[in-house]
Design a protein around this ligand. Sequence first.
Ligand SMILES: C[S@@+](CC[C@H](N)C(=O)[O-])C[C@H]1O[C@@H](n2cnc3c(N)ncnc32)[C@H](O)[C@@H]1O
Length: 193
Amino acid sequence: MKAVLKFWFYMFNWNRIHDHLLLTTYEKQDRIEYFARRFGARTFVETGSYHGATSKHLADHVDKVITIEIDPAAAAVATQNCAEKPNITVHCGSSEEVLPQALKDVSGPTLFWLDAHYQVGMLKGSSHCPLFQELKTIFQNPQIEPIILIDDARKFIWANGWPSLMSVQRFVDKHGYGFRVSGDMICVGKFGM
Ligand SMILES: C[S@@+](CC[C@H](N)C(=O)[O-])C[C@H]1O[C@@H](n2cnc3c(N)ncnc32)[C@H](O)[C@@H]1O
């Protein structure tokens, strides 16, 4: 019992300490852009568009942007915000359902930004955290060379519907991908190959 309490106390504080290390939206976008350049991504795929700010930023650095938002109101704002960028397609729906079809015409180096995580007050898809289904869909497309960034690494503590970091690591490892945590981002890819 004492060990369990100690574990949760540690996780709680770990989460709070990391709150102070979070990047701003603009810093996050710069990092994502860095990955797009570093890995020569021609396509950017985002799950959880919100108002489309990150997709709009990345549209200047890749050929094609696909972004998926479950909340129709947010998707409508994203569509409006991204209207001036003809290389962005905004899909409205849950990432679990939309991603398989959206990836049909995608191939080559592709940067994924998986950010469709449920937050209180927001719409939820068929699961609290659609990450495993999203990863499965990506791995089922061998024509894609994915580099995958997952936001909110600090929340993967096997609580409140979030899986543990270790379970994500095991899952990607099983599919032959490397796993790193950098700040509040999880990076998945074939590093060093
Ligand atoms: C943190 S916000 C995304 C911020 C955005 N990616 C950015 O970089 O500016 C999370 C978004 O994911 C959406 N969302 C949650 N679950 C989803 C799902 N299963 N499929 C698609 N979008 C989802 C929410 O409605 C919310 O707009």
